[in-house]
Write a protein that binds this ligand. Structure first.
Ligand code: HEC
Ligand code: HEC
Length: 218
């Protein structure tokens, strides 16, 4: 979906400001007449001067869904604050190139210039990761921990699953997002990380769910 001639950020802003609709995590349009107070608060902290001033409006759009100092708006929307610069930048490029399918992010990324992608990714990488306070079910967390040990996830994602550079921070991420993206990798919907896809194919859906529970609770 590309909306000819209209920058998607402006398009989305107009839609959001009008307060009529918002895209849900499934890509459908849903009624939404208010902005939650956490979003209002987060938006107030966005810089109006300096390096990020040129992308301030854009950041407002991102924060609307992804949150900033608070949790993202919906559990299917990943936390970006504190995510590594290089990883986020690569994802934006991959959405734009169609290597990673998303009805929401693809048109948005397509509308961005390279410099804008770099600036927004850098901005989020300089924020601290919000504590979502998710507490998983004990049995599932244990099953997920065992599955993660077996897959040697920390060899790349590092101890505490905080990642580095091209390797994403996955500890304390939204559980539903973690599960969705692991399933997308397994099922070839997200096609920008072949080694991860092969690894996830060795796990049952149930084990992936347990790992999502373990990581969200970390
Ligand atoms: C309407 C809601 C919405 C808006 C606005 C939005 N995003 Fe997203 N974003 C999502 C969803 C949903 C996903 C998860 C897509 C998927 O399932 O793969 C996502 C995923 C991402 C990812 C991948 C994260 C990861 O951990 O792999 C990045 C990076 C990203 N968005 C950046 C941005 C930036 C930068 C902006 C502002 C220019 C923005 N998003 C605006 C909903 C949104
Ligand atoms: C060989 C190194 C390596 C190993 C081992 C590894 N990962 Fe990854 N993982 C990566 C890289 C690199 C990416 C980012 C791929 C990309 O650029 O899209 C990633 C992405 C992910 C993502 C997507 C994060 C997001 O924000 O969308 C999840 C979830 C994940 N890995 C979980 C795991 C789990 C669970 C294990 C163990 C079962 C594991 N990984 C093992 C390297 C690794």
């Amino acid at each position: 979906m590309r909306i000819a001639g209209i920058r998607i950020s402006h398009f989305l802003r107009a839609v959001l400001v009008a307060g009529a609709f918002v895209f849900t995590a499934t890509g459908a349009l849903a009624d939404d007449h208010f902005r939650p107070p956490t979003v209002e608060k987060d938006i107030k902290t966005l810089p109006t001067e300096g390096e990020y001033a040129p992308v301030r409006d854009l950041l407002e759009t991102c924060v609307y869904c992804h949150g900033l100092n608070s949790a993202s708006r919906e559990p299917g929307m990943p936390v970006l604050s504190g995510q590594h610069f290089y990883y986020s930048y690569v994802q934006l490029k991959d959405f734009a190139a169609g290597r990673r399918a998303s009805e929401i992010m693809q048109p948005m990324a397509e509308s961005l210039e390279k410099e804008q992608m770099q600036l927004v990714a850098k901005f989020f990488s300089e924020q601290s990761w919000p504590n979502l306070g998710y507490r998983g079910e004990e049995e599932k967390v244990k099953q997920g921990r065992d599955a993660a040990y077996a897959g040697e996830c920390t060899a790349c994602h590092l101890g505490n699953y905080v990642g580095n550079s091209r390797i994403p921070h996955i500890a304390g991420q939204q559980k539903e997002y973690l599960l969705k993206t692991m399933m997308d990798l397994k099922n070839d919907v997200r096609r920008n990380a072949a080694p991860m896809a092969s690894l996830f194919r060795t796990y049952s859906d149930e084990e992936l769910e347990a790992m999502a529970e373990f990581l969200a609770d970390f």
